[in-house]
Ligand binder design. Structure first.
Ligand code: IMP
Ligand code: MG
Length: 178
């Protein structure tokens, strides 16, 4: 285990099993819809790569970068840093996100995507931290519900570090430098 990790919350095996289940659900719901998966960079990249391979149906990918975070706290200020490249009008959109925390990022992103007249917009989040919610956003597909802890790994960062850990863990207190 990484030196800075105090404990593992979700193991590689747990993640793998859950992704397979979630993939089956998405595949059944979107079999004939040719969905476009819109990943919210950068935290989603690991989840994105794993979940789309568990959904063996025709689909496309796109990405957005929307940011509101620095350190461990949301500033509530949301900025589009990278916009969609595809035209999503009339399309079935599935937003893929690493974690739904305050919900401010997804609230904004969902409204933004809906303004482009897609056929539907649903949210699939790897993690859900419902205790921290500050908006009325509810995910349609959830990998795991987690307690109110700051977590890293499997794409999630603390100050841009730890994204490459293959599991989800909690940092040791001394690893917080900001
Ligand atoms: P929200 O707008 O508060 O829902 O923010 C969601 C974003 O905050 C996620 O996409 C993550 O980038 C970041 N975030 C929220 N909680 C955590 C966490 O526990 N670890 C790492 N990043 C987090
Ligand atoms: Mg993110």
């Amino acid at each position: 285990m990484h030196d800075s990790i105090e404990r593992v919350l979700l193991t590689e095996d747990q993640i793998k099993t859950r992704i397979e289940e979630l993939g089956r659900e998405l595949a059944a719901d979107y079999a004939d819809k040719n969905p476009i998966f819109v990943g919210i960079l950068k935290g989603v990249v690991i989840f994105f790569a794993d979940i789309v391979r568990a959904v063996p149906i025709p689909c496309q990918f796109d990405f957005m970068a929307v940011s509101s975070y620095s350190g461990t706290n949301s500033t509530g200020i949301i900025k589009v840093k990278k916009d969609l490249s595809a035209d999503i009008e009339g399309r079935h959109v599935v937003i893929l996100e690493d974690i739904l925390d305050s919900g401010l990022t997804l609230k904004y992103t969902t409204e933004y995507l809906k303004s482009k007249n897609p056929a539907s917009v649903k949210i699939c989040t790897f993690l859900d931290k419902p205790e921290r919610r500050q908006s009325d956003i509810v995910a349609d597909y959830i990998g795991f519900t987690v307690p109110n802890l700051f977590v890293v790994g499997y794409g999630l960062d603390y100050d841009e570090e730890y994204r490459n850990l293959p599991y989800v863990g909690v940092l040791k207190p001394e690893a917080y430098t900001k």
